[in-house]
Design a protein around this ligand. Structure first.
Ligand code: BTN
Length: 286
């Protein structure tokens, strides 16, 4: 792999002819400088194509070549984007596809709080999207999706390395300018892009920075115990009040969602009463 270190903290990877001042397909060095100046990201690794930004982030974690702070792995496209479980993540040109690599101790996060970071990321993405689509609320579908107008606009995959120096990889894929208007019916009815709602092209870098700024704020609040979960979920939990089927621990739970509690657990009202679910896969909701 060829890696070019630039003063701007940018690493152009796997490129035969690294640009000097010309913008790449997507991110220019100036935009990378903006990301570093306006967010908690200290190092950016840019790829025109990768298998998966999460896989690359985990690889960096094992190589210990990260800067010790927050590293952003950004890819224009992925050949094997991964989702939760067996899910695959596909996105066309114009999407935002990245992973953040965070040292575990960063922002005072304890390992117990790591699973909650996918909800935090959903919250950050939902709020940031709201800046670009006036009058719309992007909703978080527990535990790792963001929905806009009832369709999936973003998927989140959080993974961690074990060991003394645990690292957290927060992978985020957002449909931004990859309109799904012309996609096959099946996809067009289940997914949506920000530009489909904004009705114009949206700056991916502005959206990325908006996400990163909120993510830092909420991760810090999580670390210090100051996060106001109830306030956020009252407004943004997609499943509240809906009939939900959840697969967890080899069984299926059926109930009405009563929201998300202060530990990030999904609360279901089942025949057995209120049940808190800290993990699982939503098999169905209506
Ligand atoms: C899901 O829908 O289950 C989660 C999808 C997560 C996709 C993002 S795209 C950036 C990062 N790299 C990956 O391989 N996956 C995540």
């Amino acid at each position: 792999m060829v890696v070019f270190a630039l003063p701007s903290s940018l690493r152009y990877a796997e490129m035969a002819n690294p640009p000097s001042h010309q913008p790449l397909q997507g991110l220019s060095p100036r935009e990378v400088d903006r990301i570093v100046a306006e967010s908690f990201v200290e190092q950016v690794e840019y790829h025109a194509e990768l298998d998966s930004t999460n896989s690359r982030a985990l690889q960096i974690a094992h190589e210990e070549t990260s800067c010790g702070g927050v590293t952003l792995v950004f890819a224009e496209s992925q050949t094997a984007g991964r989702g939760r479980g067996e899910n695959r993540w596909w996105s066309g040109p114009g999407a935002l596809t990245f992973s953040l690599l965070l040292p575990g101790e960063h922002l005072s996060l304890s390992t117990g709080e790591w699973p909650t970071t996918s909800l935090i990321a959903g919250l950050a993405v939902g709020e940031a999207i709201g800046q670009f689509v006036s009058g719309e609320t992007a909703m978080v579908k527990w535990p790792n999706d963001v929905y806009l107008r009832g369709r999936k606009v973003c998927g989140i995959l959080v993974e961690a390395t074990s060991g003394a120096r645990g690292m957290l990889a927060i992978g985020i894929g957002v449909n931004v300018n990859n309109s799904l208007a012309e996609a096959p019916d099946e996809l067009a009815s289940s997914a949506i892009a920000v530009c489909d709602v904004a009705r114009c092209e949206v700056s991916r870098v502005d959206l990325l920075i908006a996400i990163l700024q909120r993510l830092e704020k909420y991760l810090r609040e999580l670390g210090s115990g100051d996060i106001r979960w109830q306030e956020h979920w009252r407004k943004r939990c997609l499943l509240t009040g809906r009939a939900v089927q959840l697969d967890a621990h080899g069984g299926r739970l059926v109930g009405i969602c009563r929201g998300i509690d202060g530990d990030g657990a999904l609360v279901l009202e089942t025949e057995a009463g209120l049940t808190r679910c800290l993990s699982g896969v939503i098999a169905h909701f209506e």
